[in-house]
Design a protein around this ligand. Structure first.
Ligand SMILES: N[C@@H](CCC(=O)N[C@@H](CS)C(=O)NCC(=O)O)C(=O)O
Length: 205
């Protein structure tokens, strides 16, 4: 069985777990204890030189890192339900929406996280409070943008559930629970989208 290097609460492995759940694919979860820095061990760096999870390890020992390439691999193994798009336009559109979220929202949540109190308490490096102030603001602004996008779009990339919804769900849930950046409930369209996605059984992982 394929192995997924995971750690409870880690939002990027969660993206893959939700994706696999949607496809009804069972993965063996391997606990990579981030509190013990196992993701930086020489053994793990052979699986992913970036020292990050998730990593998918195939039965023959080959490894794939990065959530989207892992999900693409699973999509190729089990094409239904389709989560990356079918025709030329749809595939590119979903990818563009996914990249917006990764590059414009996830990066900002990440900056607030590494400069926030939980990572601060680990004493790993010198934090930059001004960077957190700026990224907190960018996250709030991005939430407002999403609220406006969801006024005319049911899902992140149009009228069907895709991998881009999984990217956004994991970002928002992590930002809400671990970074103190929960979207304002007054953002009604965003809130409607969030409730709808949380009603899917896959969101429980
Ligand atoms: N771009 C990567 C991000 C992976 C990532 O940042 N994973 C976190 C855990 S959720 C991690 O391993 N962080 C450790 C580090 O950055 O050193 C992906 O899409 O999978």
């Amino acid at each position: 069985m394929m192995k997924l290097y995971d750690f409870p609460g880690a939002p990027n492995p969660r993206r893959v777990k939700i994706f696999a759940e949607e496809k009804n694919i069972t993965l063996e979860l391997i606990n990579c204890d981030m509190t013990k820095r196992e993701h930086k061990s020489p053994e793990f760096l052979k699986k992913n030189p970036s020292g990050k999870i998730p990593v998918l390890e195939l039965d023959d020992g080959r490894c794939i890192s990065e959530s989207i390439p892992i999900c693409r691999y699973l999509e190729n193994l089990v094409p239904d339900p389709n989560l990356f798009g079918e025709d030329a336009f749809e595939i590119s559109f979903i990818e563009s929406r996914n990249r917006h979220i990764e590059l414009e929202l996830w990066t900002q949540i990440g900056t607030s996280w590494v400069n926030g109190p939980i990572v601060g308490s680990m004493g790993l490096f010198k934090q930059i409070p001004d960077a957190k102030k700026a990224s907190d603001k960018n996250v709030v602004a991005y939430y407002a943008r999403l609220d406006s996008e969801f006024s005319s779009s049911e899902y992140v990339a149009g009228d069907k559930f895709t991998v881009a919804d999984i990217t956004l769900l994991s970002a928002i849930d992590f930002a809400s629970s671990m970074v103190d950046l929960k979207p304002d409930e007054g953002l009604e369209n965003l809130s409607r989208w969030h409730k709808q996605i949380l009603s899917r059984p896959s969101s429980k992982v």
